[in-house]
Design a protein around this ligand. Structure first.
Ligand code: IMP
Ligand code: MG
Length: 175
């Protein structure tokens, strides 16, 4: 089977690798003795999270949360829902959200508010990519990978209609 739309490589795997290594160094510097709780946003962050945690050599916990924002296709829905919540008590914990891409910022600003209400000691954000030109709600990215153009990206966890998450590079779909 082949893809109906051909993906063109935008960020090759070697470059992603360097970025993940840099982010891991920044996170290590800040969280080594903090009993870090890393919170990945499903599904898009699963590949990034897997690469990132394997570069951290101190004790930490991994959790995932599933939010609905894009139900299908490419458009942001205005409201965000928690589809699969946290079983963990966040009170007093240092939480680092791990996200594949920040687009309008709607998903992240919702999640940061939600986590602060759960009385985490700190809530920060690590995002592999930032589509900054699309921002509608301001979001502070504490650990930022790369700024990306306003194009629909797939691969390295990012999907279009649930396809392409398995591509090892970040790609753009050609028309
Ligand atoms: P936001 O709420 O608009 O910032 O959207 C964030 C979510 O939309 C991300 O977690 C992604 O799952 C998804 N998303 C945004 N841009 C893209 C893209 O270019 N490709 C795939 N998914 C995207
Ligand atoms: Mg996502």
């Amino acid at each position: 089977m082949s893809y109906p739309t051909k993906p063109r490589v935008l960020i090759p795997r070697a470059e992603i690798d360097d970025v993940v290594t840099r982010l891991a160094a920044e996170i290590s510097r800040d969280y080594r003795d903090k009993n870090l709780l890393m919170l990945g946003i499903l599904k898009g962050a699963f590949v990034f999270m897997a690469d990132l945690v394997r570069r951290l050599d101190f004790p930490l916990e991994v959790e995932f949360i599933r939010l609905s924002s894009y139900s299908s296709g490419q458009q942001t829905q205005g409201s965000v829902k928690v589809v699969q919540g946290l079983r963990r008590n966040l009170k007093g914990r240092h939480v680092l959200i791990v996200e594949d891409i920040v687009d309008t910022g709607i998903t992240l600003s919702f999640l940061i508010d939600y986590l602060k209400k759960k009385k985490a000691s700190s809530v920060r954000l690590c995002a592999l990519t930032d589509k900054v030109s699309r921002r509608r709600v301001p979001v502070e990215i504490d650990y930022k990978g790369l700024t990306v153009p306003d194009k629909f990206l797939v691969g390295y966890g990012l999907d279009f209609n649930e396809q392409y998450r398995n591509l090892p590079d970040i790609c753009v779909l050609e028309d």
